[in-house]
Design a protein around this ligand. Structure first.
Ligand code: GLN
Length: 545
């Protein structure tokens, strides 16, 4: 039977709960204890798939095609597991399911209430993850902050779990923030006390409190929290801000959280081995030569929109013993060709990630042209491949007309067009081509070299594709179609012949990268970029017109 660890957050949002949960997962896994993870999101959307990246950051796609919260990305990267749709529950899902049951007549005669109907539905999801994953420990993060109205049914459900699963099988961890007051030069515990009081009012007494802070936490502050919040002193875990999130498992371990969890939940560790993780952090902290990458996208004001892309670049840079220097450029800024040089002059590699809608598209197409003509390594992810094909077609056909029907439905040359299966799709949520699909690689291509295998599986999230009626023309002009769906119908990867490293993929490799196992495409992209000389080494040639 699985045991449960519930993690709540107090004081402020974005306190680093997701990373704390992921790190606890790393720590347990390092002891040979199997874990699965779940994120509970209190909002009423069924999933974040229809939300703007500005609202929510990246939408993380699981192998089975669920559009989920970006915290799942951290869970996968830290714990090195692949999660499924069972790992992200929203209030929207819970209420739709309860209401559908009511309409079906499942509760005939009854009044449907938050307790027990909604809370039962939530608990059913916990148990389903426990049954399907068969993990020793299920880590469950409650999104939002204690005190939020929407979060109450989730908190009530986790409270009930103490009785359902047995009190020795459930642990509550509360992550809070200790604000620092410059005037009195001290860390304050009062917000933590209030947030724990709020939890207790709901009926949850935390077993462990993780205190986030930008400054070292003195022992007397730990004592105070222990006293006021009724938590053992050893269970008040300080978590000072660190330079890289990947260090968090080591900090938590150093403060004894692993031992504490093992004891409280009577788990049987097989071994205790964070050696590989420690080695990775040591390498990460060494001084490295920089590799300068420029990311050109439309949501760059909120860099969390590209969370997994940024992490994948970091993993790949570490593999090559380089320090990632990532600059973010708003693609709308590059709508004019004259602005390209100023923004991209230093870039040793350029990346255009995924996106939707026509804003900033011309700037991305200009960026592709810059990378192609200047021989700068280029990696295009999903939309990044589509703009690469559009740019290639524009120069091949000597016309500025080629486009995607997503951006210009009346284009004369629809080189990117909506997929056949998508033409009849009318609703928005969860209806794209989502999740893992196989792709066959063409021998001798950059893609085949990177992966070193014949067939791959990658995660998708798109409605548009390369239009097959233009395949022949594009190939004749030097576009290499290096990855195709097994039936040959869909172009999954394309490359530019004669360019040192220019590759676009219709899928999202960023969801599969791990800190100590970079994704092959990111690895080879950084491998190509690291040797590129910029900064005056290249004459500022005007782009061809
Ligand atoms: N908007 C494009 C499509 O739907 C690209 C999607 C993406 O980049 N994820 O095909």
């Amino acid at each position: 039977m699985s045991k449960y660890i519930f993690v709540t957050g107090g004081v402020v949002s974005s306190v680093g709960k997701g990373v704390a949960v992921a790190s606890i997962g790393t720590i347990l896994k390092s002891r040979g204890i199997s874990v699965s993870v779940m994120k509970l999101d209190p909002y009423l959307n069924v999933d974040p798939g229809t939300m703007s990246p500005y609202q929510h950051g990246e939408v993380f796609v699981t192998q089975d095609g669920a559009e989920t919260d970006l915290d799942l990305g951290n869970y996968e990267r830290f714990i090195d597991i692949n999660l499924t749709q069972n790992s992200n529950i929203t209030s929207g899902q819970i209420y739709s399911s309860v209401i559908a049951k009511e309409r079906r007549g499942d509760f005939l005669g009854g009044t449907i209430q938050v307790v027990p109907h909604v809370t039962n539905e939530i608990k059913t999801r916990f148990k389903k993850l426990a049954e399907t994953s068969k993990a020793d420990v299920i880590l469950i993060e409650v999104g939002g902050t204690v005190g939020d109205i929407e979060g109450l049914p989730f908190l009530e459900a986790i409270r009930q779990m103490r009785k359902d699963a047995g009190k020795d099988n459930v642990l509550y961890i509360h992550v809070t923030l200790l604000p620092y007051l410059q005037a009195s030069q001290e860390l304050k515990t009062k917000p933590t006390q209030h947030s724990v009081n709020e939890l207790r009012r709901i009926g949850i007494q935390p077993d462990v409190i993780i205190c986030r802070s930008d400054y070292p936490i003195p022992a007397n502050i730990q004592d105070k929290i222990s006293l006021f919040c009724d938590v053992d002193k050893e269970a008040v875990i300080p978590l000072e801000t660190v330079s890289t999130v990947y260090e968090v498992p080591l900090v938590l371990e150093e403060h004894g959280i692993g031992k504490l969890i093992i004891e409280r939940l009577s788990l049987s560790p097989q071994h205790d081995d964070l050696t590989e993780w420690r080695g990775m952090i040591n390498r990460l902290k060494q001084p490295h030569e920089p590799v300068k990458i420029c990311l050109v996208g439309k949501y760059v004001e909120l860099t969390d929109s590209y969370y997994s892309v940024r992490e994948s670049l970091k993993h790949a840079a570490l593999f090559h013993d380089r320090e990632l220097q990532l600059s973010w450029v708003q693609s709308e800024q590059l709508d004019k060709i004259s602005d390209l040089e100023g923004c991209l002059r230093d870039a040793q590699g350029i990346i255009v990630p995924g996106g939707f809608g026509d804003r900033g598209i011309e700037g991305m197409i200009n960026t592709v042209r810059y990378a192609r003509e200047r021989n700068i390594p280029y990696l295009g992810l999903c939309l990044g491949m589509q703009v690469m094909v559009i740019e290639f077609a524009r120069q091949a056909l000597k016309s500025n007309q080629p486009n995607s029907t997503e951006f210009n439905p009346k284009t004369q040359y629809p080189v990117i067009d909506i997929m056949l299966e998508q033409k009849t799709v009318a609703t928005k949520g969860g209806t794209m081509r989502l999740g893992n699909y196989p792709c066959k690689l063409v021998p001798g291509t950059l893609a085949a070299k990177a992966y070193g295998v014949e067939t791959i599986q990658e995660r998708h999230r798109h409605r548009f594709e390369l239009n097959n009626s233009y395949r022949q023309m594009l190939q004749e002009k030097g576009l290499v179609l290096s990855g195709l769906s097994p039936d040959g119908n869909l172009v999954e990867i394309s490359e530019v012949k004669g360019h040192p490293w220019m590759l676009g993929c219709q899928f999202h490799p960023e969801f599969g990268s791990r800190p100590n196992r970079p994704h092959p495409l990111f690895r080879d992209f950084i491998g190509a970029a690291k040797n590129v000389l910029r900064e005056g080494a290249q004459p500022a040639l005007p782009l061809t017109t």
